[in-house]
Design a protein around this ligand. Structure first.
Ligand code: HEM
Length: 302
């Protein structure tokens, strides 16, 4: 019997979205994570990327210098992280427009549009073909890039091909969408707070604390669906184990207690944020496996 289009779509979406590291719990999460882990140490990233990132920044600035103006999102925030992650994974630089456009279509599943599942499936099938050809090539001729590490994971029997394709796609999306948002939101925050911008310009060593503060103030990842790993009390309510929760980081819009944007060090110390560490801070789970079994991507919004 022929499978319905809807069923096929769901199967494709599940295959290439459910394997994402960020959607798995141990022991699968632990097994998959150890493959790319080697290239995620701060030392490795510093050594491999500092001068590359500086060169890309210089190149992007040169492109707009003569114009005397810049569209921060299109001329800088978008191309910078795509060029970096494309190089890290080992995809050709010239594919950057394709990578951005198709990644955005994968993320259509997060939107409210009626055709969101269809758009995502189409983009996933395109990526499947695209990534597969590189995996085959790296299996035959391994290099130093992240994709070669993923292909080696398959060769060693740690990852299946679907896991390699799914997680290569995850690394591509995680590695640029977030950073685009951080640069764009950060520029906006600094534009709206000129006194903080002046402070940063007069003391460039504040850039590390500024990055942390921008992650807190206007987080690049605004919401994250998770499942409670245990009961916890929060503001006189009990969130029960296995309940679905949506962690929303737009706190500044809904509470009076959200501290204003500030690069002064003493303010930064008291305000922990969830910009990078949702799981640890809230004792929630990725648990798409243990609690509810395999999840339908896009269908499981809490
Ligand atoms: C401003 C930049 C970034 C932000 C705000 C960000 C944010 C996040 C968040 C919120 C999570 C989920 C953590 C959790 O559930 O506890 C995550 C996971 C992850 N991110 Fe990022 N990220 C950024 C940049 C990157 C880059 C450049 C990469 C490179 C590929 C990357 C790769 C990952 C990976 C592999 C995971 C899954 C980790 C795991 O499950 O063990 N991220 N990120």
């Amino acid at each position: 019997m022929k499978m319905s289009i809807e069923k096929r779509r769901c199967r494709v979406n599940k295959t290439y979205l459910n394997h994402w590291l960020v959607r798995r719990d141990p022991p699968n999460h632990t097994r998959m994570r150890k493959v790319p882990h080697l290239q995620f140490s701060p030392k490795h990233i510093e050594q491999r990327f500092r001068s590359t990132v500086q060169d890309i920044i210089k190149y992007l600035i040169q492109q707009v210098e003569d114009k005397g103006r810049m569209d921060v999102v299109n001329d800088f925030a978008a191309p910078l992280p795509i060029l970096v992650i494309a190089e890290w994974l080992g995809f050709p630089k010239n594919d950057r427009e394709f990578l951005r456009r198709t990644s955005r279509s994968v993320l259509a599943i997060e939107e409210a549009a009626a055709d969101r599942n269809e758009k995502t499936t189409k983009a996933l099938l395109i990526f499947k073909e695209y990534i597969n050809q590189f995996v085959e090539e790296r299996l035959a001729h391994p290099g130093e890039d992240l994709l070669s590490l993923m292909a080696e994971g398959e060769k060693q029997g740690v990852l299946s091909r679907d896991e390699v394709v799914g997680n290569t796609l995850f690394l591509l999306i995680a590695g640029h969408q977030t950073t685009i948002n951080l640069i764009a939101n950060g520029t906006l925050a600094l534009t709206r707070h000129p006194e903080q911008w002046e402070l940063l310009k007069s003391n460039p060593s504040l850039i590390v604390t500024a990055t942390e503060e921008l992650l807190r103030y206007d987080s690049p990842v605004k919401r994250a669906p998770r499942i409670m790993a245990e009961d916890i009390e929060m503001r006189r309510k009990t969130l029960r184990k296995s309940e679905r929760v949506l962690i929303i980081q737009a706190i500044k819009a809904i509470t009076q207690t959200f501290p204003p944007f500030s690069l002064e060090a003493e303010k930064l110390e008291y305000e922990p944020h969830l910009g990078l560490r949702i799981l640890k801070a809230l004792r929630v789970s990725w648990n798409y496996e243990g609690v509810h079994g395999e999840r339908d991507p896009g269908m499981g919004r809490p």
